[in-house]
Design a binder for this molecule. Structure first.
Ligand SMILES: NC(=O)c1ccc[n+]([C@@H]2O[C@H](COP(=O)([O-])OP(=O)(O)OC[C@H]3O[C@@H](n4cnc5c(N)ncnc54)[C@H](O)[C@@H]3O)[C@@H](O)[C@H]2O)c1
Length: 396
């Protein structure tokens, strides 16, 4: 089932997409009182994508009747080199100097370093932190969120626990006892901040109406969002492509050229599909043709941070660690592909299936220094021959 953006309740924006939203409270106080029926949004996270998500959402909450203008954005507090607190700086400049410099967020984005305070009035929670922090954040929020809250996760990654593999949306759902959709897509944050056209996919499980509300909250003329009823497929696409992007970066660092990179991406896509169906047989092939699938894979393998750090890793012959290169090249931004590769390795090892996923397995072994970067292309003929036919892969 596919949903498109609904029309409901638009007010004409007073400024263009690129401009500032109107001042917070203009719409809410228009009738002289607060309207409790309007949805209130909180953004949990304020990194590169977190800030862009806040900006997209704030544009819509300022112009749509069904939302409160104000968007609270939880800021993990850090000190800038000047000694000023990051949240104070965002408040003063309406920009995130560290994670999204040069882009105004919208005056209705209110930075808040107090997590519990940031979410206390919101019934729409947007989770957008690096995945390693989300469980701790959710535990802090137990009993602190509204009873009717809905969540959406923009987070790429997964958690492997003794009791099984947890996608981030499931983790949020289980810890907080709330419904959680996902939004994934070919979304390099800086390009969307510059309002270059792109698309995204909302994945949902049961309630199409709630998915529609998320579509409405995020859609702009330059950011087209559609929804598909395949939450696991959407989330796994967004998560697994980071491992393929590491492989693509290694190919770039080895100067292997475009054909090799295309081959690695094809093999990676096939492993993504097979792994997704291994975990969730309900995953649909068609999801891989949405923005969250092939489009995100392409953009990440050409432009993303995982590709960039992996290229540097291969250029120094694997002599510097991913951690060291991440700190040097990303200035506080976090890589996801290396930890996801480790998690896949554990899941596949537990099931005795590593041999069927040579790309995923080799990427992890390269990342931890057990194999040299060149192992990726040395074993690529094996990758093609060992892999079962597509019709068999669902039965691994
Ligand atoms: N940046 C992109 O282009 C992009 C696009 C799509 C999806 N994503 C996904 O969005 C998620 C968030 O990424 P991002 O780009 O917004 O972040 P980022 O990597 O730019 O920034 C890291 C963030 O983590 C915060 N942080 C650091 N230590 C922390 C701690 N101990 N607890 C909580 N927070 C801490 C930092 O303050 C910062 O806000 C990730 O899952 C990422 O894969 C990113």
């Amino acid at each position: 089932m596919s949903l498109t953006m609904g029309g409901g309740g638009h007010r004409p924006p007073e400024q263009g997409i690129g401009g500032q939203a109107r001042s917070a409270g203009t719409k809410d106080l228009a009738n002289g009182h607060e309207d409790a029926s309007r949805h209130r949004v909180a953004i949990i996270g304020s990194g590169n994508w977190g800030c862009v998500a806040a900006r997209l959402v704030a544009f819509n909450t300022a112009r749509l009747e069904s939302f409160h203008d104000e968007v609270r954005m939880w800021v993990y507090e850090e000190l800038l080199p000047t000694g000023e607190k990051l949240s104070d700086n965002i408040n003063r400049t309406n920009e995130n100097l560290k994670y999204l410099p040069g882009i105004k967020l919208g005056v209705n984005v209110i930075p808040d370093p107090d997590l519990e305070h940031a979410v206390e009035q919101a019934n729409m929670l947007v989770f957008v932190t690096p995945h390693q922090f989300v469980e701790g954040i959710c535990k802090r929020l137990i009993g602190r969120i509204r009873h009717n809250a809905q969540a959406i996760s923009l987070i790429k990654g997964m958690e492997v626990k003794t009791e099984g593999t947890w996608m981030i949306s499931k983790l949020i759902s289980n810890v907080l006892g709330i419904n959680c959709c996902v939004l994934m897509g070919a979304n390099l944050a800086n390009e969307i901040a510059e309002e270059k056209f792109s698309e995204a996919t909302v994945g949902y499980r049961g309630d199409g109406e709630i998915a529609q509300r998320w579509v409405q909250l995020f859609s702009t003329p330059y950011f087209l969002v559609s929804a598909v009823q395949d939450i696991e497929g959407v989330e796994l696409c967004g998560t697994l492509k980071n491992v393929v992007a590491i492989a693509a970066g290694l190919v770039d660092g080895l100067d292997m050229g475009n054909n090799t990179k295309a081959a690695i991406m094809r093999i990676g896509l096939r492993e993504m599909l097979a792994f997704s169906k291994l975990l969730f047989p309900s995953v649909k092939d068609s999801t891989f043709l949405e923005s969250c699938g092939i489009a995100d894979l392409i953009t990440t393998c050409f432009g993303g941070r995982n590709r960039k750090v992996a290229e540097a890793f291969a250029r120094c012959g694997g002599k510097r660690s991913f951690d060291e290169l991440e700190a040097e090249l990303l200035q506080g931004q976090k890589l996801q592909g290396v930890s996801t590769a480790k998690e896949l390795y554990e899941v596949l090892g537990h099931r005795g299936l590593q041999g069927f996923f040579p790309l995923f397995t080799t990427v992890h072994e390269i990342c931890i220094g057990h194999l040299p970067p060149s192992a990726l292309v040395e074993c690529s003929s094996e990758m093609t021959s060992k892999f079962p036919h597509d019709e068999d892969s669902a039965q691994l």
